[in-house]
Design a protein around this ligand. Structure first.
Ligand code: SOE
Length: 381
């Protein structure tokens, strides 16, 4: 039973992820029956005029311009970190030390050392700390995890994963923080590769044991917006082979140069009894081949994940209606609030996954990929 009936939220960051999280906080209590009510207490950004406007537009009751002031507020119990990776560790650790619950956007940090410090702070705090690997809450992916856990494809042999976008194909696209190592840590690797590494661990329960990688930066200078150009200091694409615990093997590809592919997070698992496949560009569907069926009837089935028996779906529309990108953020908010109400940390309450330890595990894989790409050899984990 919950000992609180309201959770005050303070969110840091007002851009893309800030807007996506705000939408979830606005929606979650109207869709799900929650054990606690979320209250959108304050949003925080550096520029006062822009932050005030964002508070108004996104539905926050007040704003701060210093994240330390946000964390110090007694009416904030949950700090939602939606900033670029270079500030995740400082903000999240300060919030945890102040006894707050934390939701931190992915990738958890820019380096393994930062992620280790964050995971240690989460363990010490004992509050709920969640990494925002939101795709875990796309109903079709959640169903895929349930089907793998139920043994429907047997033991996983192959993971075939890619995250394909194309927003950098044009060399005239400007240099943003996502293309600068000091802010983003890495490029397609941390931004997109982190998702497929996390999805693999989540879906299969297997750990990465070794990787062999290459990375490439196709466009090394981009316009800065003031008439000049600046250096791109991250990878545009990262490709790697992996060995996983239990003898499974995998191929992984993350790129921002897959012309025509917009948000192609694809993951296929081939197991000893069947295959499951998902593509985020068709996020309401799952492909399933049940290898135990009579050979004459064998083939792929397309499951439309739109029914009340599917994960999260009963709270939304009548059977057969479709969900989109933003719904997974609402599901994430619901699971986080449920874990907070249970008074449990993520090891005791499954709803709080991905934990900071999960975020750290992904960071270690990203780091191994970067070092394998740098020295051209297999890196073990
Ligand atoms: C941009 O490439 C981006 O928004 C990522 O940062 C997100 O994590 C991913 O969900 C969609 O693409």
């Amino acid at each position: 039973m919950s000992t609180v009936d309201e959770v005050g939220i303070g969110m840091v960051g007002t851009a893309f992820m800030g807007a996506a999280h705000s939408q979830a906080w606005r929606t979650v209590g109207r869709v799900f029956d929650l054990p606690v009510r979320p209250r959108m207490v304050a949003v925080c950004g550096r520029d006062e005029a822009r932050t005030a406007a964002a508070a108004d537009r996104l539905g926050w009751s007040s704003y701060e311009t210093d994240w330390r002031a946000l964390i110090a507020r007694d009416d904030v119990q949950l700090v939602d970190v939606c900033t670029p990776g270079d500030s995740h560790a400082e903000i999240a650790i300060a919030a945890l030390r102040a006894g707050k619950h934390v939701l931190c956007e992915k990738p958890l940090a820019n380096t393994v050392a930062e992620a280790e410090a964050m995971a240690a702070a989460a363990r010490e705090a004992g509050t709920v700390a969640m990494t925002g690997f939101t795709y875990r809450r796309v109903p079709a992916l959640a169903l895929m995890a349930e089907m793998v856990a139920a043994g429907r494809i047997g033991d996983v042999r192959h993971v075939r994963a890619a995250y394909l976008q194309d927003w950098l194909v044009d060399p005239a696209s400007p240099l943003t923080w996502r293309l600068q190592a000091e802010h983003a840590g890495s490029g397609a690797l941390g931004d997109l590769g982190a998702h497929i590494v996390d999805a693999t661990r989540y879906l299969t329960g297997l750990e990465f044991t070794a990787v062999s990688a290459l990375t490439e930066t196709f466009v090394t200078e981009r316009p800065t917006g003031d008439g000049g150009t600046g250096a791109v200091t991250v990878d545009d694409t990262a490709l790697f082979l992996a060995r996983l615990s239990g003898g499974a093997v995998g191929t992984f590809e993350a790129t921002r140069y897959a012309t025509g592919r917009k948000n192609g997070l694809r993951i296929e698992l081939n197991g000893t009894r069947g295959t499951l496949a998902f593509d985020l560009e068709r996020l309401n569907e799952l492909e399933f081949h049940d290898g135990t069926r009579p050979q004459a009837e064998a083939g792929f089935t397309r499951i439309l994940v739109t029914e009340p028996i599917h994960p999260y779906l009963s709270a939304w529309w009548p059977p057969g209606h479709l969900l989109g990108y933003e719904h997974a953020f609402t599901h994430q908010a619901r699971d986080l609030l449920t874990a907070i109400a249970a008074g449990a940390d993520d090891s005791a309450a499954r709803p709080a996954h991905a934990s900071f330890d999960d975020g750290l595990a992904v960071q270690r894989v990203l780091d191994a990929v970067a070092s394998s790409a740098a020295d051209g050899t297999w890196t073990t984990l």
